[in-house]
Design a protein around this ligand. Structure first.
Ligand SMILES: CC1=C(/C=C/C(C)=C/C=C/C(C)=C/C=O)C(C)(C)CCC1
Ligand SMILES: [Fe+2]
Length: 353
């Protein structure tokens, strides 16, 4: 059965939580859109800042509670066995994928884009049905389409407006492990290919929003939020330089929504939220996430030494960090999918509300 994580929340405290969660990311994204539209050029060094901050602020730490998250999402208390099982998952799946980067870096890089496409779409589906009144997502088909559209915004749309940067970043991933050629994937950057992909994705976006509108009925607030977010993100990823755009989206859109989800499944944090005490709730998250965030940073340093390529440039360091994130993301997707299952996120109906 779908779980109502807001049980016991007054409607005022629900509203406050939603506003505090959603509005800041809308504002940040909109400010960047307006800044770029006003003709400001953002110095290349500055474009890396949000991505760099994501090492400690929300980004990397948002996965550092994975060892506790599934049990909590199932309404149980994390056990030693459960924690070890998640550890083993990270070791085996993350380890295998890390090895793949060394042997088949181009494939691993393209798989990273595909995984992120799915994962960021999946994250937004949970946020839509739980926090943003996604009552219009009535069928499973609509939810699948929603995930494809929301994940494609950060992963495909930058390719349409900034093919050169996209190529540079992908090439930098691969160059950590060898010569840095993308092989037949170079075709992705050709204008005709981008036009077809962009046209197809735009059509899919329109179909998805239209289906939602047809299902929305009289109370279409959730649909309006969905449509507004989708249009905003289309413009954002089409116009804001990708390292800045993706680097900001990761901590301030994807990760904070996931952190809010983690707070709701943690009974003590949820109690604090219910009475409007956000700092203690966030403090609990920080406490839970601190040990494995710290471990991740140590492993990242080890990874820097292990890769054969030389990461010593701004782009090289960013690539190193992102490839490291990739390795953590594969097991993280398994964990988040188990949470989705426990909470009925993909099932038509209304988890959370
Ligand atoms: C930075 C960047 C890119 C890729 C970023 C990726 C793939 C990030 C994944 C982050 C994850 C999975 C975080 C965890 O939730 C693109 C799209 C090549 C475009 C150019 C800029
Ligand atoms: Fe995530």
């Amino acid at each position: 059965m779908a779980v109502d994580r807001f049980a016991g929340f007054s409607s005022a405290s629900r509203r406050r939580l939603r506003t505090a969660l959603l509005v800041p990311s809308w504002v940040v994204v909109a400010v960047l859109v307006v800044t770029v539209a006003a003709g400001a050029t953002i110095p290349p060094g500055v474009q890396y800042v949000p991505l760099a901050l994501s090492v400690v602020v929300f980004g990397l730490p948002h996965g550092a509670v994975d060892h506790l998250a599934v049990a909590r999402a199932r309404g149980t208390t994390p056990t030693r066995r459960g924690v070890l099982a998640v550890g083993a998952l990270y070791l085996l799946l993350g380890g295998a994928y890390a090895a793949l980067w060394f042997f088949a870096p181009v494939f691993a890089a393209v798989a990273f884009i595909a995984m992120t496409w799915f994962h960021w779409g999946q994250g937004d589906l949970h946020a839509a049905v739980t926090f943003a009144g996604g009552d219009h997502l009535e069928t499973r088909v609509q939810r699948v389409l929603f995930v494809v559209v929301r994940g494609g915004l950060p992963m495909l749309v930058p390719l349409l407006g900034f093919p050169e940067t996209y190529r540079r970043v992908l090439t930098a991933f691969v160059a950590l492990f060898g010569e840095g050629s993308l092989g037949s994937w170079e075709q992705l950057f050709e204008p005709r290919v981008r036009l077809v992909l962009g046209g197809g994705f735009l059509a899919l976006t329109i179909v998805t929003l239209t289906l939602g509108r047809l299902r929305a009925g009289a109370n279409d607030r959730g649909w309006r939020i969905d449509a507004a977010e989708t249009v905003l993100l289309w413009i954002y990823f089409l116009t804001v330089p990708p390292l800045l755009a993706v680097g900001t989206y990761f901590p301030l859109w994807h990760a904070i929504r996931h952190v809010a989800r983690l707070l709701l499944v943690d009974d003590d944090a949820a109690d604090a939220l219910r009475s409007g005490r956000w700092l203690p709730a966030l403090g609990r998250f920080a406490r839970d996430a601190a040990p494995l965030s710290a471990l991740s940073v140590v492993l990242l340093a080890g990874f820097a030494v292990a890769v054969p390529g030389d990461p010593r440039s701004d782009l090289g360091i960013a690539a190193l960090y992102l490839v490291f994130v990739a390795v953590l993301t594969l097991p993280h997707i398994v964990v988040v999918s188990a949470m989705d299952r426990a909470e009925g996120v993909w099932r038509p109906g209304k988890p959370g509300r």
